[in-house]
Design a protein around this ligand. Structure first.
Ligand code: PLP
Length: 331
């Protein structure tokens, strides 16, 4: 098929050498044609080196554009207390000491109110005093949006002891049948859980909705199948808004997670089964995340500040672009 399309433009033997003898492997073609190769997180580079031995795969960890992904209320705080943050996101590291607990809590409260308004637009009432677990991403099998719903009875029991609310969002690729099936299953799980676990699936996930979700949730959930998450970026957006991640140790979170300081890990980063990972998720919710939320406000805000100062400052597109320029483009 390739030879039909490109004709005599490229010699078939040459193409087979560069892209594989029997199938055109675009990754192998790119590896052979590139002067510099990198993964988009340290873990992604390790995984790529295992998949394609013999290629020098460097790592440039992804980042997000801080001014784009910071909510209005936190942007106003940073403007006042770390005024260079828009051009030098590294300075956000100072948020830990320069912002008071009240300022951080109040900025989050306002971002959460905006999410509550979005949710109530879909006919669902949330209690602002209770934590919101947020999960929004492309709906596709390896992201495992159904992991949280592996054991509905355990989830219910958890919510009776430590009440929480769920906001989900995400689109599937139009050719991704299993992805679409997952969306259907999520709607059904949310229905089944009423009224014990208030929850909603917000339609039309896009950057506008993502910005409201990553700032308005109290905990950002990420449960992909390791080692398939190359980086993941929504947790970086959440961190800028003082929202800690509860995530499988894969992609960027291997570098971002300081347990109990910037958020929490699910499992140990190795590939385990679906049920084992679900148990690890429930255990962490039950014994760490929810007790922390319902415990001392001061201690919870310390975690919010940990996410801002230790992840928000580091995982910026400013740092990423500098790394590409210095390590790759200008070599
Ligand atoms: C950030 C973002 C993504 C990517 O999020 P991941 O954490 O990498 O899954 C996808 N879609 C939208 C609309 C986003 O804003």
């Amino acid at each position: 098929m390739v030879e039909n399309v490109i004709g005599t433009l490229i010699d078939g033997g040459m193409l087979r050498q560069l892209a594989g003898p029997n199938e055109l492997n675009l990754t192998r073609l790119a590896l052979n044609m590139s002067a510099y190769v990198n993964g988009v997180a340290e873990r992604h580079a390790e995984t790529s080196r295992r998949l394609f031995p013999g290629y020098p795969v460097h790592a440039i960890t992804n980042g997000v554009h801080a001014p784009t992904w910071t909510s209005r209320t936190f942007a106003e705080l940073y403007d006042r207390h770390v005024p260079r943050w828009r051009h030098e996101p590294e300075t956000i590291i100072r948020a830990e000491c320069c912002l008071t607990d009240e300022q951080v809590w109040d900025a989050h409260r306002q971002s959460k109110a905006q999410l509550l308004a979005e949710v109530s637009g879909h006919g669902v009432r949330f209690d602002p005093a209770r934590p919101i677990l947020g999960f929004a991403r492309r709906m596709t099998a390896y992201k495992r949006p159904d992991l949280l719903f592996a054991d509905l009875e355990r989830l219910r029991a958890l919510a009776r002891r430590w009440p929480f609310q769920l906001v989900l969002a995400g689109k599937a690729h139009p050719h991704d049948r299993p992805g679409m099936e997952l969306i259907r299953a999520l709607h059904e799980h949310l229905r089944t859980l009423q009224p014990d676990v208030p929850g909603v699936f917000l339609p039309n996930y896009d950057m506008r909705l993502a910005k409201i979700l990553v700032a308005g949730a109290d905990v950002w959930l990420n449960t992909p199948q390791p080692p398939l998450e190359a980086s993941g970026t929504s947790g970086m957006k959440a961190a800028l808004n003082g929202v800690p991640s509860l995530s499988v140790l894969d992609g960027w979170w291997v570098e971002g997670c300081i347990e109990g300081v910037t958020g929490w890990a699910i499992g140990d980063g190795e590939a385990h089964g679906f049920n084992e990972d679900a148990t690890a998720l429930y255990d962490k919710l039950e014994h760490a995340v929810l007790p922390a939320y319902y415990g001392e406000r001061r201690a919870w805000i310390a975690i919010m500040k940990g996410a801002i100062s230790k992840c928000g400052s580091l995982f910026s597109s400013h740092r990423m672009m500098r790394r590409y320029a210095v390590d790759a483009y200008l070599q």
